[in-house]
Ligand binder design. Structure first.
Ligand code: UDP
Length: 246
């Protein structure tokens, strides 16, 4: 399996399909490796450009995958196409499937308590063989080491963090050296989706690459965050022009 990376505005994305990524993670799980996966969208790429600390968190990741059509389009424009989106939610579902098949243990960190409880109920229903080693809501005291100590002693196979960016990557990166095994991944609002609190865009919207627009219609308060998209596009165009002059 090739480890080829594609740089988009300084963030190195793994050149992979969703299926390839899942095969890769399966192999890491079988070996009991420690793995840190970031699924990055345009907002994350911009933040990494502007915030040195955040960039260093991404550099700690084993893999960064393209979450969002914006990143896939940008890679194509910059002359190094990425095959497709490899999103946090889809990977979360695929990993739960693997955990169900192989009876792996997982730890869930994030979201409001009631969302977390609904998420656990949903996992128990849809993936009955998954062992939920532990969980904690996402509104904790960052100075306490209680959660990381618990994860350290439970040694779950997978740790899913639904804290939103940049918190989830910061949490993992700052504690990563402490853990000896486990697949660590930030999955943003995925607990809300699995719990049925937030609906993912219907397949149609995803197919025409307008999932972001659907989310904006459903949650107009996100418009501020959507401003990242034109800024991202502007920086990609500037980079492309620079390439042409080189
Ligand atoms: N969240 C959390 N702790 C916090 C802030 C947010 O657990 O301190 C949770 C929030 O409840 C939601 C999730 O983080 O379930 C993702 O939030 P958001 O939609 O902002 O993430 P995105 O998917 O856009 O990165």
């Amino acid at each position: 399996m090739s480890d080829r990376k594609v740089s988009v505005l300084g963030v190195d994305f793994l050149h992979t399909t969703m299926a390839g990524m899942i095969e890769r993670l399966k192999a890491h799980l079988e070996r009991g490796d420690k793995t840190f996966v970031v699924t990055a969208n345009p907002e994350i790429v911009l933040h990494a450009q502007d915030d040195v600390a955040y960039r260093s968190y991404l550099e700690k990741a084993t893999y960064v995958t393209a979450d969002g059509i914006g990143v896939v389009k940008a890679a194509g424009m910059l002359g190094q196409p990425l095959p497709e989106r490899v999103t946090g939610f889809d990977m979360f579902m695929a990993l739960l499937d693997i955990a169900n098949e192989r009876k792996y243990s997982i730890y869930l960190l994030g979201a409001k308590n009631e969302v977390l409880e609904k998420t656990i109920a949903e996992i128990n229903k849809q993936f009955p063989n998954v062992r939920i080693a532990g969980s904690h809501h996402g509104f904790f005291d960052w100075d306490s080491t209680e959660i990381e100590d618990e994860i350290h002693s439970l040694q779950p196979d997978m740790v899913f963090l639904a804290l939103g960016f940049p918190r989830q990557e910061k949490w993992i990166a700052e504690r990563y050296d402490k853990f000896s095994k486990g697949l660590f991944m930030g999955i943003g609002g995925s607990f809300d989706v699995l719990a049925g609190e937030v609906k993912r865009a219907p397949i149609f919207w995803q197919k025409i690459h307008l999932e972001w627009f659907y989310r904006l219609l459903k949650q107009p308060s996100r418009w501020r965050r959507m401003l990242a998209l034109p800024i991202f596009a502007g920086r990609v165009l500037r980079e492309k022009r620079k390439q042409r002059h080189e």
